[in-house]
Each structure stands twice: as structure tokens, then as C-alpha cells.
Design a protein around this ligand. Sequence first.
Ligand code: PLP
Length: 392
Amino acid sequence: MKDGSKIIHEGSHVDHHMVTKAKTMPIYETSVFVYDNLEQVDDYLGGNKDNYMYTRLENPNQRNLEQAISSIEGAEDTVVVSSGMAAINTALMALLSSGDHILVNEEAYGGTISLINQELSRFGIEVTYVSMKDMTHLEKAIKDETKLILTESVTNPLLSVVDVKEIGALAKKYELYLVVDNTFMTPILYKPIEDGADLVLHSLTKYMNGHSDVTAGAISGELTLIDTCRRVYRSTGASINPLEAWLVARGLKTLSLRMKAHSANAMSISQFLENHKKVKKVFYPGLKNHQGHHLASTMFTEGFSGMMSFELDTDLDGVNEFIKGLNMVTFAPSLAGIATTISHPAKTSHRGLSEEKRNELGIFDGTIRLSIGIEDVEDIREDLSNALDKIK
Ligand SMILES: *Cc1c(COP(=O)(O)O)cnc(C)c1O
């Protein structure tokens, strides 16, 4: 071979003849796999899961991550996709058809609401948004066309705790699918499948990966439902790339340790804020006076996660002074990484809502969302305390 050909082929097959296996999952950064003969093609199309063809369809790094998530979620199977939003879209496309009606928690993630209102509505999906803080409204909103209930286990930014078990029983009675976005809790702290969820969704971008360096999503559930989700993501091209799947699988290895640290730090910070004279109100499911504390105590026995919010007794200028007064803690409109971050719902995640609707949901100009990291808790407390002192 000439040099131009050699550089393309030489050395690229060393791993095809390896005697010992890699201790750590290698990154299969390849778009396609090679076949020695037509029998291998038949074997792949016959469903052999050790055989791969094309990375949009599947890849060993995707498979590795899917198995890891299924094992902690208590699910028969999982599909991983390119973002949390891709997971929500894939799940809804898999379960719904034109003419169907769905019930969605009025406190759902903003991206979920945009997806439904702007895109799925154009394909004949009808929606009713319902408060799921308690069960008073849900059953009344069910119609003949209702097919599915969608909620988060704990909502953003006021940490309303949703009684998934009660809703699961209702879904069963009316033969509806129950889809639960468990991003805020993770399967370490809560497994919605045990309480009747048909599909569990995650933005892997958040705690599951945990390091604020990947965008990814997952759907877990029964084999038959996940097979349909897999068909949809393959057709729509929502696949995760191998490096990102590898990074999430790596992040997951410390998920259990991280969730304990996030929960312990958040408990401590919520108590500090609750006793601070410039703080009007603190929202954390671990606090006794939180709306959903009793329910949370029965659902989350290992900790209440690291998400909380609080209301400052000030206006936007005061909030800005607080943000500028922070040193270690950064303002970042995402959440659930190892570093503590704050966000301002009225100016970011809930900006699209009218002020009236925000206030109705309990979100005001003084509302600040905290994603408590795993730093030394003394440092988090000191930084927040210094910044609170700077508010006039
Ligand atoms: C971030 C988030 C999503 C969307 O996930 P992406 O990975 O950003 O697409 C969905 N649900 C919840 C609860 C989230 O926090």
C-alpha cells in the first residue's frame, strides 16, 4: 500500500485481536461497525444484542449506559438519547397519537410546556394543565380521549412533592399511562416505577451525569414500551453520541455518594436560610414546614436531594446585589452539578409566563433557586451569608 492508504488502515485493527479485555469501558467513537460476511448481517437483524451496525441505531457506550440506568431504576429496559427534552419528546411520540388528550402538571419544566404547546399541539395532541399538589383536580380533568398523565416527582422551582403512588392508582383505574420525570430526585433517592409509573424520564444532564459537562436524557420502563421509544428515537435521530454516553456512565459511578452529599448539604443550608432575617420563605422538602414534607418523608427515605429555593424580602435590585455579592457560588440557569449554583426563575426558566401566572404559581421577583453542590458546607454557608449581608 502507498502511504496515503497505509495511514487509513494500518494499526486500526489492534483491538480486534486483543487477548485481555479493557477494565474500563472503551469509548466506541465510531459511526459504523464492520461486517466480515452476510451471516453477521443476518445475526444483527435477528436481534443479537452483541452485534452492532450504526451508531444512530445503537452503540456499546449507549448499551452500557442503558444497562447501568435500568439496574438502579428497577426497570426492565432503558433508552438513552441526546437530551432530557429528546427523552420527553420520544416518550410522548411513542405513546400518543393525533386526537389524544394528556394531563400535565401545571408546574412542569418550561421546556416540556413549550414542546407540548408549540409542537405537539400542531399534531393534534390536546393538553390540560392541572395542579398536582393534591388530588382534588386531577380525576375531574380526565376525559374519554385522555391517554396519559405527565408529571415530575418534585417540581421546579418550588419543590412541590407529587404523590406518584396516588396518581399511579388513578392512572391504573382509568387505563392511562403515567410518565414521571424524576430528574430532581434520581433513582438513588426515589424509584417512580415502584409507585406505578409506566415510564420514568431523566435529564441525564443534571444529577445523573452530575458534572455539568454533558447534555443527555433517558427513558426507562417495560420492555415493550421501551422498544417503541427505541423505534422513535432511531427514526427521529435523537441518539446520544458515544463520548457523551461514556461520560454519563462515568458520572453515574459516584451518583450514590453525590446524592448523599447533596442532600446533607441542602438540609443544612435550608435550615440556615430558614433562620436568616432577610429570607422570607424557604422551599425544601426536608423542612418540617414545607407543603409536601409529610409526603416527601414517606417517599424519600434516603434524603431530599439538593434542590431548594427561597424568597428574599427584597426587589430585583436587592436580588442583583445578592447575585453580585456571591463569590464561590455562581449564577447558572441549569442545575444539579457538583458545584453550588443559583438561578432566578422569574428572569430565566419562568420568564415566558406573565407576572400574574408566575405569582399564581408562587414565583416572585425575590424567588431564588439554589442547586446545592457537594463542596464543604461551611463554604457554601459563608458565601451565601456574605452575599445576604450585601443586600441593603
Ligand atoms: C433540565 C430538565 C429537563 C430538560 O433536560 P435537557 O437535558 O436540558 O434537555 C427536563 N426536565 C427537568 C425536570 C429538567 O430539570
